[in-house]
Design a protein around this ligand. Structure first.
Ligand code: URA
Ligand code: CA
Length: 435
């Protein structure tokens, strides 16, 4: 086999065999196929796409490129959940304790933020002492003991995806459905869950900007997962405005605790009930989504879900007093308000722009090696469709340096638009992909 022939065949729109795809992925790892050929291959895939069989072959090649985590020692159906990436998207911290409290074991491996999107590991590290790296033994024991662990993915899981993603990131080949689907599902297969619930984001702050494309991505991921013997469900959800109020690590952890304490609700809690209900059903703890939703709501109202979060924080060495009093979680010292410039209706609170503003203030990375300032970010105080009066605060910003606060203020201000006539709020959930 020769890499130039394989690239040419893909360029000309032919379907590749599993052997040819495996050759490229293995060759990338051994160095036999250099980065420039892998980059050209990705661009050919970007333009020509892949058949479901090719996407599955690519997924399997990446899943098998490193170690597969063995969760067999965990009792019961292990549930994982994955979001394709968003802004103000704190669902993991809210819904995993809820689902665990419902008796379904959650063994979750999470990532860090990149660009304008947040990552669960960074958020968890804003709880003093919280350890995101556990040994596989500790991970399995903790899930068996308390039903919940959220940790970082180890370096040896799907190394081909890491290499490929780094190349795609700098060759304008990220937004390809077969490449995204294989990237996400290869990691999920390698980390061992029996059932996976996907939150596929669509909108300005997501990789997919059109509903049709998001649906295609969701179907591709559900199909690959099923072919690999996993139980799958997906929701296509809105990412035109941030999901929750908070954008930024400490701020999002505070919001997650407030949400589980009943002090905060809105879209974030609603989506957690919808995703969580599907996790509970796939986990076999309940037959119908409707009943599962009722169970989860009760677990939040009774404080059981919050207690489960506290158990996890304690088990992973975090300061549990932060859960009782989220005011103890440190937020950046400088803050300012953005106010509505006129009476009217909020017709835009753009997720991408707000995510970028938070990153500008220090909440995100531009490169994987950058460190983040956990206390920075913003709170969006309005939603699309809300009526506002001139001077009413629409966002509260937090930064550690005045220059960054000023820069973030300019950026965040441009995220909002107002109209005299009422505007319609976008739906929270566009559709469910179950088959
Ligand atoms: N998230 C991933 O893990 N991979 C992609 O390609 C896109 C989003
Ligand atoms: Ca975020």
């Amino acid at each position: 086999m020769r890499a130039p022939d394989i690239i040419m065949r893909k360029r000309d729109g032919h379907a590749l065999s599993a052997g040819e795809i495996g050759y490229m992925i293995q060759g990338m790892l051994t160095g036999e196929v250099p980065d420039y050929q892998i980059s050209a291959f990705c661009m050919a895939v970007f333009f020509q796409g892949m058949t479901p069989e090719e996407t599955t072959a690519l997924t399997m090649a990446m899943a098998d490129s490193g170690r597969r985590v063995d969760l067999a020692a965990i009792r019961g159906v292990k549930i994982d959940k994955h979001s394709t990436g968003g802004v103000g998207d704190t669902t993991t911290l809210v819904l995993t304790p809820m689902v665990a409290a419902a008796g379904v074991p959650v063994a979750k491996m999470s990532g860090r933020g990149l660009g304008h999107t947040g990552g669960t590991l960074d958020k968890l590290e804003s709880i003093p002492g919280f350890r995101v790296s556990l040994s596989e033994r500790e991970f399995v024991d903790q899930v068996n003991r308390i039903g919940l662990a959220v940790v970082g993915q180890t370096e040896d899981v799907a190394p081909a995806d890491k290499r490929l993603y780094a190349l795609r990131d700098v060759t304008a080949t990220v937004e390809s459905i077969p490449l995204i689907a294989s990237s996400i599902i290869s990691k999920k297969l390698a980390t061992g869950a029996d059932a996976i619930v996907l939150d596929v984001k669509v909108g300005s702050g997501a990789f997919m900007h059109e509903l049709g494309k998001a649906r295609e991505l969701a179907l591709a991921m559900v199909d690959i997962g099923r072919m690999a013997g996993r139980r799958m469900a997906a929701l296509i959800t809105d990412m035109n405005q941030p999901l929750g109020q908070a954008v930024g690590n400490s701020l999002e952890v505070i919001e997650a605790i407030d949400t589980l304490s009943g002090r905060s609700g809105g879209r974030l809690l609603e989506l957690c009930f919808e995703l969580g209900a599907r996790m509970v059903v796939l986990g076999g703890a309940c037959d119908g989504i409707k009943d599962a939703r009722v169970i989860l709501r009760r677990l939040v109202e009774s404080g059981a879900a919050l207690a489960k979060l506290k158990e996890m924080v304690e088990a992973q060495g975090g300061d549990v007093s932060c859960v009782d009093d989220p005011g103890r979680i440190e937020v950046a010292p400088l803050s300012t308000l953005i106010r509505a410039p006129k009476d009217g209706y909020v017709c835009r609170a753009d997720a991408l722009t707000l995510g970028r503003a938070a990153a500008t203030m220090g909440a995100g990375r531009q490169r994987k090696t950058d460190s983040v300032d956990l206390g920075c970010g913003l709170r969006v105080l309005v939603s699309v469709g809300d009526r506002v009066e001139v001077g009413q605060p629409v966002a509260e910003l937090f930064a550690s340096a005045q220059s960054r606060l000023d820069e973030g203020t300019i950026e965040a201000t441009s995220a909002f638009a107002y109209s005299d006539a009422p505007c319609q709020a976008p739906p929270l959930i566009y559709e469910a992909v179950e088959a």
